[in-house]
Design a binder for this molecule. Structure first.
Ligand code: PLP
Length: 352
């Protein structure tokens, strides 16, 4: 006989790690292709030498550096073990069992999982046809039980970002008792007109927080560091939910070093953005539907053909991320990696 566990966990899929295919190009996880900047690598090595000591439990040096970088007070910032951990802490901080968490769908896969873990109820609001969040429908879905809304912008995995004007109109219609989390994991890749600045929104409203990460543009996915910015009271509640010492001393040191390397980072994101434009244009010319992307990936809404496309790419040693029956997300890699993907995609069309 096995010990009793929560039966509601049956609804949560067990994590299946992505396949590693030798020699394949990995465009499945929205990572950067280059390692940490030299200055950041040096800071990590230095921190590693002190790894016998526990990290600062509040990551104070990182939080203070972030506050300075963002132009807010330290009490408006908390660091987490990746921003996904902060998403989970946020659900735990604002939801009681049975409360509802709203988000567009498709969006970040972690939202329904962390919601269920906290005994709350995920409510998915279908995106518009162009892959953008349907903000009007999200407003309409708010009920007395709604406690939290995740607004992922740019949206993973579909790509579009919402504008500052649309966000303001949306936030004006959300009751202040409901927390709105602006998940800006791809913030640094945005080049749209009228872009959202989640930190500014979070400082201007009592019920808005912004989530950002060092995993994507900063290239530290393996180290686990993210941060949340918002009203001090909410930040304090979220910080209470942290697993103690979960932001390692290496992650803290690397985060600080990243903030000091601003211009180098900008050059790296510019290169990804140029490739994103090129890949999308080529796919459109080949006859694919590709929503506008403001992140480091493109989305192909292939519906029932998604799995066949994913398998086709894998056969050509290109690993993409398949959402069966819905679409395929492909990260932007180096130019030669992207060429390999684009060649495979063109062949798929020709082969039909
Ligand atoms: C990658 C990602 C995150 C967080 O990543 P961490 O590595 O946990 O910081 C959060 N939200 C979205 C939408 C993402 O795509």
């Amino acid at each position: 006989m096995s010990p009793d566990v929560r039966h509601d966990l049956d609804a949560i899929p067990a994590y299946v790690p992505g396949a590693t295919v030798p020699g394949a190009v990995k465009l499945a996880s929205n990572e950067t292709t280059t390692g940490p900047l030299p200055s950041v690598a040096a800071a990590i090595a230095e921190a590693a030498a002190g790894a016998n000591r526990y990290p600062d439990i509040t990551a104070r040096a990182l939080v203070e550096r972030l506050a300075d970088f963002l132009g807010v007070a330290p009490e408006n910032v908390t660091a987490g073990c990746g921003s996904v951990a902060l998403c989970q802490q946020l659900v735990q901080a604002v939801c009681s069992p049975g409360d509802e968490v709203l988000f567009g769908w498709r969006s970040f896969e972690a939202y329904p999982i962390i919601t269920r873990i906290a005994h709350a109820v995920p409510v998915r609001v279908p995106n518009r046809r162009d892959g953008s969040l349907d903000l009007d429908a999200i407003v309409d879905a708010v009920t007395d039980r709604t406690r939290l809304i995740f607004v992922c912008t740019p949206n993973n995995p579909t790509g579009p970002a919402i504008s500052r004007t649309d966000l303001a109109a949306f936030l004006d219609r959300i009751p202040e008792r409901v927390t709105v989390a602006l998940d800006e994991a791809y913030y640094e890749y945005m080049r749209s007109e009228d872009p959202v600045d989640g930190v500014a929104e979070a400082m201007a409203r009592p019920n808005v927080v912004a989530l950002r990460t060092f995993s994507k543009a900063y290239g530290l996915a393996g180290l686990r560091a993210g941060y949340l910015v918002g009203p001090a009271q909410l930040v304090t509640s979220v910080a209470k939910m942290v697993v103690p010492f979960s932001v390692s001393s290496l992650a803290q040191a690397a985060g600080i070093a990243c903030l000091e390397a601003g211009d180098e980072l900008r050059a790296r994101t510019d290169a990804v953005v140029a490739e994103r434009t090129r890949v999308r244009k080529t796919l459109l010319e080949a006859g694919y539907t590709v929503p506008d992307s403001q992140a480091n990936f493109v989305w192909l809404p292939l519906g029932e053909r998604s799995e066949a496309f994913d398998a086709h790419c894998r056969d050509r040693l290109v690993i993409t991320r398949c959402f069966a029956g819905d679409g395929v997300r492909v990260s932007i890699g180096d130019p030669d990696e992207n060429d390999r993907f684009v060649a495979a995609a063109k062949e798929f069309v020709t082969g039909m």
